[in-house]
Design a protein around this ligand. Sequence first.
Ligand code: NAP
Length: 485
Amino acid sequence: MKGPSPSIVIFGASGDLTWRKLVPALYNLYVKERLPQEFRIVGHARTEYTHEQFREHLHEGVEKFAEIDSGSWEQFAKNIYYVQGRYDEPGALQKLNDFVKEKEPANASRLYYLAVPPTVFAPIVNSLGKAHMARDNDRWCRVVFEKPFGHDLESARELNAIAHNVLDESQIYRIDHYLGKETVQNILVFRFANAIFEPVWNRNYIDHIQITAAESVDVGHRAHFYDEVGVLRDMFQNHLMQLLTLVSMEPPASFNADALRNEKVKVLASLRPMSPTTLADHSVRGQYEGYLKTDGVDPQSTTATFAALNLFIDNWRWQGVPFYLRSGKNLAEKTTDIVIHFKCPPHLLFDLDSDKEMSANYISLCIQPDEGIHLRFETKVPDTDSRMQSVDMEFHYSEEFGPMALPDAYERLLLDVLQGDAALFTRADEIELSWKLIDAIIEGWQTEYAPPLETYAPGSWGPQRAYNFLDNVGAHWIMGCEEHD
Ligand SMILES: NC(=O)c1ccc[n+]([C@@H]2O[C@H](COP(=O)([O-])OP(=O)(O)OC[C@H]3O[C@@H](n4cnc5c(N)ncnc54)[C@H](OP(=O)(O)O)[C@@H]3O)[C@@H](O)[C@H]2O)c1
């Protein structure tokens, strides 16, 4: 990659994210010759490390999470430094700034990565402002905010206000690593680079859409954090809303960041808010058995570890089409997929066996772990009058492009920040609109209109009400990505 020589400054560099994701991703970019020839990575945190100790610590992570080659590691590691310090004291960042300036050429650009707990985002941004590190006319400065960005609408607005005090929106990159996944980006290619799907991608042909993001693990060591957050904040406000917008947005005028994000914002602005009269029927909440006995969890906790929502988008394309979203912990499988369920043919010419129903076509967009696309359609069974059977056309990334075809999401996202492409990052208005929707549901769940909080067995697909959630459209949850194997 050509271009200015960036200094990549990671706050919270002693933490898990830096070790497991950020530095392995930067190393892979280096090996693929996608980083500029000159760059430097400066870690900053309170923990004491010498430069050499920090490199050794990161080496372990790269060995574990990337295909390491000792020659390239040594070359790469020469660009890594560490500065110990705090973020929130007067003049705290001066030492860091002086160090980075000493190592970089005069016109070097700056990427600041906030790999710290969200409570520290605001103090660091304020300190960057006070130390005059955030804006410079001669070079770009960009700041990456990890998720979660706020824990409700009010806190997200506050954080946006603090960030906008110091930074221009164009300098802010709010990360949702789901958007860095190839299979998520492929939703746009599938929809907008093929002429055959878009004409039927609307209320005239689509019966309903299902989005599942299931986790098989329980809350584990995140129990205390999770108990304050719950599944709606942890999964719906960010990942599921992003999948929903990508699958339902209008074609943007270009793949330019603002054109794309404008369309996503229009979807979020058209989402029908839940009302007290719809809340109980249009949402399900569950908690897995044993959750209350977990260390770090309040024994009286009513935090939902599972939710299903029935949402509607009030616009021309989607009026009346239900979107069913579900996510939870401790479920039967780890899987993320989107099922586009088409309407049945209006008139059936063929006799069906008395115990059979007409099957509708559907497309499954498999985000993980079976990354690919499946199309289900009906076919005639040979040597019968007109018996039909559902069959699948399948595309699997690993079969088509090999097992190493899918880079980690952070590789793509870090490269996009270095190149100034914010298309896969969430804009301020986008994040506020999704919090607004989720906040209203969380608040509604505290009232008499809430659906019951049902327990579910670990390893199941959630509470019983979730199983019957699609009854009103005569459908059931489809695991499109695995049923076709
Ligand atoms: N880990 C992941 O896979 C992952 C995935 C998605 C999102 N994230 C997000 O990425 C961020 C970092 O995650 P992480 O897992 O690396 O977190 P972490 O290990 O808890 O924190 C990273 C570092 O931040 C510093 N830190 C912690 N508490 C602090 C405080 N109160 N004040 C100042 N510094 C503090 C610590 O360094 P010192 O004590 O040395 O200063 C710590 O090593 C979080 O916002 C998280 O939500 C992480």
